[in-house]
Design a protein around this ligand. Structure first.
Ligand SMILES: Cc1cc2nc3c(=O)[nH]c(=O)nc-3n(C[C@H](O)[C@H](O)[C@H](O)COP(=O)(O)O)c2cc1C
Length: 209
């Protein structure tokens, strides 16, 4: 199974070679991978910013525990959840479904009402936690796809989302930075690549009942 081989190859990259860039062709593939990620009801209640601009990344670095990956990687992915989930999000999804699958929108009304009622049952905090969780599914796919393409990556939570929101003007767009990932190519001397993987044994991680 290639996935296991790829997962053993990858590691959370600490030092990127700032001279090496991920090609547009590969970036397109990674965008498609994120696009194809699963999400609750298929709503995709998030947006992903891909930051290449060095100046902007210099501004984000102090808000990211000064981690060098922010500026040295080829690109910075910022996963942002929607902070204000409403019926419009569901209606847009229904319209897209109707158009894509050539279904009359009226046939989707029942399903739409069900989704809207379920969302309505949640408090604002629950809605936020729910949309945040969706971004991590896309993050996981991004990390795995990078490994297949032999692109190094580091998933990162070591940043101040409020500062990111302010620097990137996310709040006024009803967005919130939840998790980020840096991608690019490892510096040959990045010692982290040589560390053995630390993982719980299967019999501790799983219980078959
Ligand atoms: C959600 C999340 C947040 C993380 N945040 C950081 C981070 O801010 N900086 C960093 O260097 N590594 C970060 N990591 C990497 C983890 O420490 C790393 O994946 C873990 O130690 C396992 O090592 P491996 O990925 O090399 O197998 C993060 C990983 C995840 C999944």
């Amino acid at each position: 199974m290639n996935l296991i081989k790829n997962l053993k190859w990858r590691y959370a990259t600490k030092h990127f070679d700032s001279l090496k860039k991920v090609s547009q062709e590969n970036l397109n593939k990674l965008m498609e991978v994120v696009q194809l990620s699963v999400s609750s009801y298929g709503l995709q209640l998030y947006k992903v910013l891909i930051i290449e601009d060095k100046e902007l990344r210099e501004k984000l670095k102090p808000a990211s525990w000064e981690q060098s990956q922010i500026t040295d990687a080829s690109h910075l992915f910022i996963f942002c959840n929607y902070t204000n989930v409403n019926t419009k999000n569901v209606d847009e999804f229904l319209e897209l479904t109707a158009k894509t699958q050539d279904i009359h929108i009226n046939n989707l009304n029942g399903y739409g009402d069900f989704i809207k009622a379920k969302i309505d049952e949640m408090t604002k905090l629950e809605q936020n936690n729910w949309t945040v969780r969706q971004t991590y599914l896309a993050l996981g796919n991004l990390i795995n796809a990078c490994a297949e393409l032999k692109i190094d990556a580091c998933p990162m939570e070591g940043f101040d989302s409020e500062k990111y929101n302010a620097i990137l003007g996310l709040t006024e767009q009803n967005l919130n930075a939840t998790v980020i990932a840096t991608i690019g190519y490892r510096l040959e001397e990045d010692s982290a690549q040589f560390h053995l993987k630390v993982r719980k044994p299967l019999n501790k991680l799983f219980e078959v009942i």
